[in-house]
Design a protein around this ligand. Structure first.
Ligand code: NAD
Length: 368
């Protein structure tokens, strides 16, 4: 039997609270489904700074490079706001992403029927929505040179540079096509080839990769501004959306909010394939450390639990078990179970974090 190695980094604020629920679920898969995990746990963010004076110890970084997957809770909090930039909690997360070279950021936008009323859009437009945005994460305008604020004549000029190499586009396009093969077999690539040379190259490379290796996948192209309109007009037309760092930043937040609460949103960041053929991977909820509710048992653990479901699918080759976990979440929500962030105007008594975790465990038991 294969043993999957997993490094857990709970982090700060509600991070450890939601991760405690994931630990229960990992144990459930170990005992009830015979999936063997070698789990280690370490510090990141403010908690690592408190112990080591750095938001990510070198030993933790080395461990992250060795394991099959890393699962992170959240980092940050007001206690660390005045720290020097170089040791802020977020620097720990950025170092992980950079040194693991995680170039493909996966942000699913999935609307559970029970929560369709939470969307700002009409229920029939979002009910059953299941799309995946693949955002290039390590290049583009956030990293391109030259950058800075310079003097030019008698005024200043702010400069950032959108820059993509063919190989950077090639590798993230492959990630998107591979994902589409495990989903609805469709990729829509978004750029602004009408006004940007980087967009023209993006489109050319995506077309080449498609022709060379993925002609079984339906590929379409869309200008990113039209993509934004289509996302709120008719989001269910999409399966996988492939886009660059800047457009992906905006489009993924827009798509995520179609589905309701921040407490529901998982993510994955993937890098190059390792010796086992699976990509280097970091899984984490989209939300932060939520200091306003930390320590009050109010946090919704579902975003972190669904991040683990993504790890089951993309790092551990357990797509059926990932679907089992997602269905357990869906059935718990359908039964009316709600943490405080999911309470509608009709009110009621919200569940505590651990009660939501236990309800999902019970639904997993019922699935056997
Ligand atoms: P946040 O995501 O922590 O919280 C925003 C709002 O959403 C808060 O009202 C919070 O209570 C609520 N919320 C978030 N997650 C929730 C959950 N699971 N269940 C219920 N409610 C939830 O964002 P913020 O307040 O802007 O940032 C707080 C701290 O988190 C800051 O230090 C910030 O730098 C850090 N942060 C970290 C990450 C990360 O670790 N990836 C991401 C974003 C923010």
């Amino acid at each position: 039997m294969t043993t999957h190695s997993l490094l857990i980094l709970p982090g700060d604020g509600i991070g450890p609270e939601v991760m405690a629920e994931v630990r229960k679920i990992i144990d459930w898969f170990g005992s009830k489904r015979d999936i063997s995990f070698d789990v280690s746990e370490d510090l990141v963010g403010g908690s690592a700074y408190d112990k080591h004076g750095t938001p990510l110890h070198d030993d933790t970084m080395a461990k992250a490079q060795e394991v099959d997957a890393v699962l992170l809770g959240a980092v940050g909090g007001p206690k660390y706001d005045d720290l020097d930039f170089s040791v802020k909690p977020e620097r720990g997360l950025l170092r992980l992403r950079k040194e693991m070279d995680l170039f493909a950021n996966l942000r699913p936008a999935q609307c559970f029927d029970a929560l369709a009323d939470f969307s700002s859009l009409k229920k029939d437009i979002v009910a059953g929505l299941d799309i995946m945005i693949v955002r290039e994460l390590t290049s583009g305008v956030y990293f391109g040179e030259p950058r800075g604020i310079f003097n030019e004549g008698n005024e200043r000029v702010g400069i950032n540079t959108q820059r993509y190499t063919e190989s950077e586009i090639d590798r993230v396009a492959r990630s998107a096509f591979e994902l589409a093969r495990r989903r609805g077999n469709k990729v829509c690539s978004m750029e602004k080839a009408n006004v940007m040379e980087s967009g023209i190259l993006w489109r050319e490379v995506v077309n080449r990769v498609h022709q060379e290796s993925y002609s079984d996948i339906e590929l379409s192209h869309m200008y990113a501004d039209n993509g934004a309109m289509q996302l709120v007009r008719a989001p269910k037309q999409f399966d996988v959306i492939l886009t660059d760092n800047l457009f992906g930043d905006i489009l993924s937040d827009c798509a995520a909010m179609l589905t309701g609460s921040l407490g529901m949103l998982p993510s994955a960041s993937l890098g190059a394939p390792m010796a086992n053929g699976r990509p280097k991977a970091l899984y984490e909820p989209v939300h932060g450390s939520a200091p306003d509710i930390a320590g009050q048992a109010k946090a919704n653990p579902i975003a972190c639990i669904l991040s683990f479901a993504m790890a089951l699918r993309y790092s551990f080759d357990q797509g059926d078990e990932a679907a089992r976990l997602e269905q357990a979440v869906e059935s718990v929500l359908a039964s009316g179970a709600r943490t405080a962030d999911l309470m509608g105007p009709e009110g009621g008594t919200p569940m505590a974090t651990s009660e939501m975790g236990d309800a999902i465990l019970a639904a997993l038991d019922a699935s056997l």
